[in-house]
Write a protein that binds this ligand. Structure first.
Ligand SMILES: Nc1ncnc2c1ncn2[C@@H]1O[C@H](COP(=O)(O)OP(=O)(O)O)[C@@H](O)[C@H]1O
Ligand SMILES: [Mg+2]
Length: 267
């Protein structure tokens, strides 16, 4: 996929692996020479502050409130990582007051102005700042800032686990918002994550008929499944998974994300 694109990770339910995947995919591109920007648009329950263990001077919240500039808000973590590209972060505030200020304290006029600011920021990051790829982590479900993030996407990934609750919820969400999204020109694909015993590499498959499973899910939700990622117990239960695609490039999870990037390259 050509540079200059915004990739958004979303899901119906929480815990599908959005934060893990978006951070690792951004890191994969940064490691391979690209200039990437990862923004925590999960404004209702941010997690990149704890994932990266960084407390910024200014948050994305300040940017949306027009209280800070892009330069003041973005954090360049390139030097801290073993990468040949560049990696910038925009973090959301985990403070209760800041979350409430975005969620309930503002009127519709403010929300629309903040959305306009957000879309201008996105355009500037691509044109003036020259980011190759912008990655957005989002809140699950159909909340205001999830939809705003989806509207900013060039390519949208709906993450899901293969269970009925996720399938039914994802289908409903796609039916409700898919039309308006495709009108904005974004492409939407599902990614199956934490698939039990399944792998894109045949030698790692444990009895699961992965192509049959993908076909079944595609028929249920009505959008293509681009990829499936097995469930790795060590990731699920590790106390602190951190940018495995850089720190543990030999791990199957990292290799599989490399395969995902190869798949994306053909788009
Ligand atoms: N493919 C996977 N296999 C096993 N565990 C995973 C996988 N992807 C994500 N996880 C784990 O699932 C948990 C939830 O992931 P997270 O990225 O926080 O989800 P979300 O952002 O969608 O709520 C984390 O413990 C993460 O390490
Ligand atoms: Mg998350």
């Amino acid at each position: 996929m050509d540079p200059g694109k915004v990739m958004v990770f979303h899901s119906y339910k929480g815990g599908t692996g959005k934060t893990t995947l978006v951070a690792n995919l951004a890191a994969y591109y940064a490691k391979n020479g690209y200039k990437v920007c990862l923004l925590d648009m999960d404004l209702y329950a941010p997690s990149l502050v704890s994932y990266f263990q960084i407390t910024p001077k200014k948050y994305l919240n300040n940017l949306l409130h027009d209280e800070s500039t892009i330069d003041e808000t973005l954090i360049d973590i390139t030097e801290k990582l073993d990468i040949s590209g560049e990696f910038f972060l925009g973090l959301a505030s985990p403070e209760k007051e800041d979350i409430q200020s975005i969620e309930i304290k503002q009127d519709q006029k403010w929300q629309l102005e903040a959305l306009r600011r957000f879309l201008v920021i996105k355009r500037r990051l691509l044109s003036e700042y020259g980011f190759d790829y912008i990655f957005l982590d989002t809140s699950p479900g159909i909340r205001y800032w999830s939809i705003n993030s989806l509207a900013a996407s060039d390519i949208l990934f709906m993450l899901m686990k293969v269970n009925n609750m996720d399938i039914v919820g994802t289908k409903k969400m796609i039916t409700e918002i898919y039309d308006s999204l495709t009108r904005y020109g974004s492409k939407t694909y599902a990614i199956l994550n934490k698939v039990g015993g399944a792998s894109p590499f045949a030698e790692y498959n444990v009895g699961e008929n992965i192509s049959g499973l993908i076909k079944e899910v595609e028929e249920s939700i009505g959008i293509p499944v681009m990829f499936s990622i097995p469930c790795f117990c060590d990731l699920q239960f590790s106390r602190y998974e951190f940018l495995s695609t850089i720190t543990r490039s030999e791990h199957q999870f990292s290799k599989i994300l490399g395969e995902l990037v190869n798949t994306l390259d053909s788009f």
